[in-house]
Design a protein around this ligand. Structure first.
Ligand code: ZN
Length: 285
């Protein structure tokens, strides 16, 4: 099969393996589906956390309503308690083996990671921070509620009462002015996210892609677990490939493809990279 054939692969694809192994440069575009195999729930997307609700102070609250700039303004304790629970989950969770296997492949090549995930699991798994664009920011950073301030700070350690799920020790404060902070990630209906860090990463990504495209490397894009509901990652991957560079879509859902340069693999991330590792001992056709 040629990489230009319009093929939906619902099973393991040797064509994808061959492209990955022969590539000099790989751009990875990862969405929430990347973390699912580590045991993390998807935040956005089908059946994601945002479609569910919790009871806080005997009141039913949608997750989506907790994660807006307005909510951090009006009910900061509630919103920060939820963020603290997410941070605790991301810190406790070990990135699944697919991350390590992906890193093993990439460290021999030129690479860049683009992710909408705010969980810092790529850094935790050992990927180079300078080859990394978090296009929705990080939950481990915070910014002042004063929208004119542009500084970004590390979020201090937070704890929640395991029974009442309320925040212990109060809402994190701005080191500069003492006002409340909010997470430095892209929230729902967010006009006020301070994207300085993300923009600096994006500038590095832009230079990297310009350089590898000029060098005419054998380039491949791998899109992992990127949904269609919030399609930032899919669109960014498509802008990168410009419908010509081969794109391997790893996703057990929404795996259909639209262009001849795309190959779809109907696997989860962990399953795909496990199979890829096994294929090292198999002759790739
Ligand atoms: Zn401030």
């Amino acid at each position: 099969m040629s990489p230009t054939q319009n093929t939906i692969m619902k099973e393991f694809s040797f064509q994808a393996v061959k492209l990955i192994k022969n590539a000099d440069a790989i751009a990875v575009f990862a969405g929430a589906g990347m973390g699912v195999d580590s045991g993390l729930e998807q935040y956005r997307g089908k059946g994601g956390l945002w479609t569910k609700s919790i009871v806080v102070n005997n009141e039913k609250v949608n997750y989506q309503d907790l994660l807006t700039h307005d909510a951090f303004d009006k009910t900061p304790e509630q919103s920060w308690a939820f963020v603290a629970s997410l941070i605790e989950k991301y810190t406790r969770t070990i990135p699944h083996k697919g991350y390590t296997q992906l890193l093993d492949i990439l460290k021999e090549k030129e690479y860049f990671i683009v992710t909408s995930n705010c969980d810092e699991h790529f850094q935790k798994a050992g990927f180079d921070e300078l080859r990394h664009w978090e296009c929705h920011g990080s939950i481990f950073n915070m910014q002042c509620m004063d929208i004119l301030e542009r500084d970004i700070y590390k979020t201090p350690l937070l704890s929640i009462d395991p029974i009442t799920q309320t925040l212990i020790g109060g809402v994190p404060k701005c080191p500069k002015c003492g006002l409340n902070c909010r997470p430095n990630m892209y929230l729902f209906y967010d006009w006020f996210w301070v994207s300085n860090n993300s923009v600096a990463q994006q500038i590095r990504y832009n230079s990297w892609q310009k350089e590898i495209k000029e060098k005419k490397n054998k380039i491949v894009a791998i899109e992992i677990g990127a949904g269609k509901t919030i399609d930032t990652i899919r669109k960014t991957a498509r802008r990168f490939t410009n419908d010509t560079i081969p794109l391997i879509r790893i996703n057990p859902y929404d795996f259909e493809i639209e262009n001849p340069n795309e190959i779809s693999v109907g696997n989860g991330a962990k399953e795909f990279f496990e199979r890829l590792e096994v294929s090292n001992v198999i002759k790739v056709p």
